[in-house]
Unconditional design. Sequence first.
Length: 255
Amino acid sequence: MLDVFALSPDTQDVPELLQRREIHGDKIGRKVDTVRTREAAALKALHSRLVSGRYAQAPLVLDVPEMHGGIIYEETSTLIVVENRRWQATYEHYRFANMAGELGYVTIGRSYPGVVTPSNKGDFKVNTRPVDGAGWNDHFWHLNTARTVIEPMQDRTRYDLRFRITPPEDGSEPEPVTLASRALHHRSLLFTIRVGFIGERPASIWKFEGASPFTRPHAANEYNRVQLDARGTATLTLRDVHGGLFNGLAWSWDT
């Protein structure tokens, strides 16, 4: 912008706008038309920085990611079944719009071992790969209509991914579970996580939103306490959930 608006030493004495664009274009290796098309965005960015302050409700002065491209989760839903303190199964549902052009597969990570089974009514198959020190990645490949071969997901198209996760088939008994949470890579417009308790029920249950693993609350209080419904299910529903931080439920079996 300094070059184009005659504010730099190289262009301050150049009277013609076209000439100033040419000078700047030579610096960055771009043609005049490319320089011209960038000017409106540069002015908008400059205006944002000039009017930004560090007071409450001021415009952000940081560069933050916007919701474009990639995957947009219209809805994510997780149901975790716990029977007598032991995890029995997790049922996941992701409804998303693909905005990244042709896409072969989507990846969902998890930190605990399990057997992943896509819905037999859906359009996905799964390949699971361990990640050193970080759990497992489940790669869901899209199938054609006949479910015979994989084919790319199309741009600007909605998809439904449903699958369940069950304990490993190694004969080991799952440990008592006290946490159900999910951190998303992409933004979700509607986020729901439920925990259904069969048999023994927890002494107390609490929720948390937008927390790192180190800031999750470890006890219920008057602000985060959650009650079970008549079927023994705890539910947390959120809207417009950003990626990167954990949202979910935790509980204590003993008073």
